[in-house]
Design a protein around this ligand. Structure first.
Ligand code: RB5
Length: 144
């Protein structure tokens, strides 16, 4: 299961991305702003990341207006590697090298077409391991 959470700034993009991913066969759960009403992005990050950490969700997408606030919040949570991506190269390499488990997007920054391609790349790319695992272990050590 993939969980997609957003505040009001990411609401429209969340709806389009959820529809896109469901059409591709992903089981998608949504969280955050229910109808576009204002909510606080740290609350959405906390709720969504808890499901990634527990294993209930395999990966997550978090969307706010810029993608910045929600990625800052998500990266405060132990075990979360949240990557704000604005193109497919970033999505590819944050999976290959950072083993990112949360993709962050800016709903007021990029269009739905690009966002869907970024998400497709993110979910299709596996972690490369090797020397990159050593570096991720060092990131984990920073959480202690
Ligand atoms: C909400 O207005 C906006 O601040 C939020 O969506 C996000 O862009 C914060 O980083």
């Amino acid at each position: 299961m993939i969980i997609i959470g957003s505040d009001h700034g990411g609401f429209e993009l969340r709806k389009e991305l959820a529809e896109h991913l469901r059409a591709k066969g992903f089981l998608v759960t949504e969280a955050g702003s229910e109808n576009g009403e204002s909510v606080d992005y740290p609350d959405v990050a906390q709720e969504v990341c808890a499901k990634v950490i527990s294993g209930e969700a395999e990966k997550a997408v978090l969307i706010c207006g810029t993608g910045i606030g929600i990625s800052i919040a998500a990266n405060k949570i132990d075990g979360i590697r949240a990557a704000l991506c604005t193109d497919c190269y970033m999505a590819k390499y944050t999976r290959l090298h950072n083993n990112a488990n949360v993709l962050c997007l800016g709903g007021r920054v990029i269009g739905a077409g690009l966002a869907c391609e970024i998400a497709d790349t993110f979910f299709a790319t596996d972690f490369e391991g090797g020397r990159h695992q050593r570096r991720i272990d060092k990131i984990s050590a920073l959480e202690k």
